[in-house]
Design a protein. Structure first.
Length: 590
């Protein structure tokens, strides 16, 4: 799938804005009133901070005032602009006005049409990073949680992560639907884990000056070294791919949840990945007996921190739950070789060294869980067999929290990470909140590399990706009259509060937006696609009209009869924010 933007002339854009097709196109659907506009999050840099405050017994503390708190950014005091106590658990029990049904042929990514109410929880069953036997155990524990501890008002969505992220069940409080989703999760061993296990199981082979009786000859030693180095490098590549897929999945989830108000919990059931890894690689000199050892180190801390920032911008707190349960030495589990360099059982010092290495890898994998939880204001649960209770505790943790906001005193948006500290002037209280953010200027997004921007768009437009909600819009797709090939009109109305126009002076604004339409067949293949970009300079009068009525877009695609799923995407070219909507479409034959 390739995206090539076709830039619409402004005459076409002006026609869209001035013709009678804009609000009426979507049956006078008004922009949602309860969707936070991006101006609150990024354009003017109002920073949101969710804070869970508990006492020594783990009970929520709910009587604090702004006077009880000190907010610091990079060690400098900040003025709190707003302060509220959120109790989504209590709010969920109160009656809410019914959401009016959408008119025929209209679809949307507005939050109120996907989830009935807060609190919202996403459960991510991670097959990519978790041994098969632990996946089966985690599934059993999740079913137990749904049977015994799911609260009646709790809205839960279930995802699974393999080579890609897949939605098993969208938000619902129906335990039967959730149980069916978890039961459909089939434990599987990822290709990356297979490669890493081969590297781990392969006998190390003798290296250097070896005198042990029965050791191979020098030429055999060289063969061992080169074979092991090959698999070591393959394992390194596999690990980097595993980490990349995982962080990409978190970013997709962040884009999907960003349009929902309030704090969201992401419960990550996984064995995780190491924050860094070091591989010993051998490069031979002029002779086979002249090995040159070197270490290659990969660190994922920076990428993890950037992903954490995206999650916290979307008010998502991550609660990692170690799917391995109570873990001692990983050397004694079924996947550990426990052999020496000749494939024999490890004894004495060799066994001790192997235990040390295995435990180091265990601690490295748990470190990424701890960092992700700390960065996003969540909690980590590990070394416990009651995974079901860990999930229940994760959800209960967000039953009460404070929402603070502030305008940073430092107005220099240099893209660097800024550390946030929130202190309580009462002793004995524990505060958990996001650890910081990257002070990037969102209006500079378009200066990013083309590869990065294309990767983000490709990810958002994939058929299995959940709908992105950073840009909110309605879309109407009406099946045309029956024909051999049909021209299908696609009309959009974008909530202007989720776009960031450029101020061109005198009250005028300029929007820069691209939109994409991809039609997938029932087999998941691309039937056709359409891509376009638009630049819309608006006078103050037209800008006011857009703010009141919405920002309209229009295109059409040509399709033969059949059943399709149309994915429509809109991206703000100033901030990079993306929204997507799925539309089922059936075109009948003559």
């Amino acid at each position: 799938m390739r995206f090539q933007r076709r830039v619409l002339p402004w005459a076409v854009a002006a026609g869209l804005l001035l013709c009678g097709c804009h609000p009426g196109v979507l049956a006078a659907q008004q922009p949602p009133r309860d969707v936070p506009a991006p101006v609150l999050r990024v354009t003017t840099r109002l920073v949101l901070v969710d804070a869970v405050v508990t006492d020594k017994q783990g009970r929520h503390v709910e009587e604090l005032t702004p006077a009880d708190l000190t907010l610091l950014e990079d060690g400098k005091p900040q003025r709190i602009a707003s302060f509220d106590l959120a109790q989504p658990g209590l709010a969920a029990t109160r009656p809410r006005p019914a959401v009016p049904p959408l008119p025929p042929d209209i679809y949307t990514n507005r939050a109120e049409y996907r989830a009935a109410r807060e609190p919202l929880t996403v459960i991510l069953l991670d097959a990519l990073n978790t041994p098969v036997q632990d996946q089966a155990y985690a599934r059993t524990q999740m079913l137990r949680y749904l049977d015994t501890q799911l609260q009646p008002s709790q809205q839960v969505a279930v995802y699974t992560l393999g080579q890609s992220l897949r939605l098993l069940q969208d938000f619902t409080d129906n335990p039967q639907l959730l149980k069916a989703a978890v039961q459909s999760f089939t434990p599987e061993k990822s290709f990356q884990q297979f490669i890493e296990d081969v590297d781990r199981r392969l006998p190390a082979g003798p290296r250097g000056n070896v005198t042990r009786e029965g050791d191979p000859r020098p030429e055999s030693r060289q063969l061992f070294d080169r074979l092991r180095d090959f698999y070591s490098e393959q394992a390194r590549v596999a690990l980097k791919a595993r980490v990349g897929i995982t962080l990409s999945a978190f970013q997709i989830i962040a884009r999907s949840l960003a349009g929902y108000p309030g704090r969201k919990d992401l419960i990550w059931v996984s064995a995780s990945f190491p924050l860094s890894t070091t591989k010993q690689i051998i490069k031979y000199g002029d002779t086979p007996s002249d090995p040159n050892y070197r270490s290659v180190e990969d660190s994922f801390e920076g990428d993890l921190q950037k992903t954490s920032s995206l999650l916290t911008d979307a008010q998502v707190a991550v609660y990692p739950v170690d799917a391995r349960g109570l873990v001692g030495s990983v050397l004694t589990d079924a996947s550990s070789p426990g052999t020496d360099e000749l494939g024999l059982g490890k004894l004495g010092a060799d066994y001790g060294a192997a235990v040390t290495d295995s435990n180091s890898k265990l601690l490295a994998s748990q470190a990424s869980m701890e960092q992700l939880a700390s960065d996003t204001g969540g909690r980590v649960f590990m070394n416990r067999n009651d995974v079901d209770n860990a999930v229940a505790l994760s959800i209960a943790d967000s039953a009460s929290y404070y929402v603070l906001s502030y305008y940073p005193e430092d107005k220099g948006w240099d893209g660097k990470f800024r550390k946030i500290q929130l202190k309580v002037n009462r002793p004995g209280l524990v505060v958990r909140h996001r650890q910081g953010y990257f002070a990037a200027n969102p209006s500079q997004w378009d200066k990013q590399g083309k590869d990065i921007k294309n990767a983000e768009l490709m990810s958002a437009m994939q058929s299995e990706s959940p709908s992105a909600t950073l840009v909110i819009f309605d879309v109407r797709v009406v099946p045309p009259a029956i024909a051999g090939r049909m021209q299908v009109p696609v009309d959009l109305l974008v909530d202007p509060r989720t776009l960031a126009p450029e101020d061109t002076g005198g009250g005028s604004r300029r929007y820069r937006v691209e939109f994409h339409v991809v039609a997938y067949t029932s087999e998941g293949k691309v039937a056709t696609s359409k891509d376009a970009a638009i630049e819309a300079p608006l006078t103050p009068e037209k800008f006011t009209a857009v703010q009141q009525q919405g920002f309209p877009l229009r295109t059409q695609i040509e399709l033969p009869p059949g059943r399709y799923r149309i994915r429509v995407g809109v991206r703000d070219l100033r901030t990079g924010f993306i929204g997507t909507v799925d539309v089922p479409l059936a075109l009948e034959k003559k």
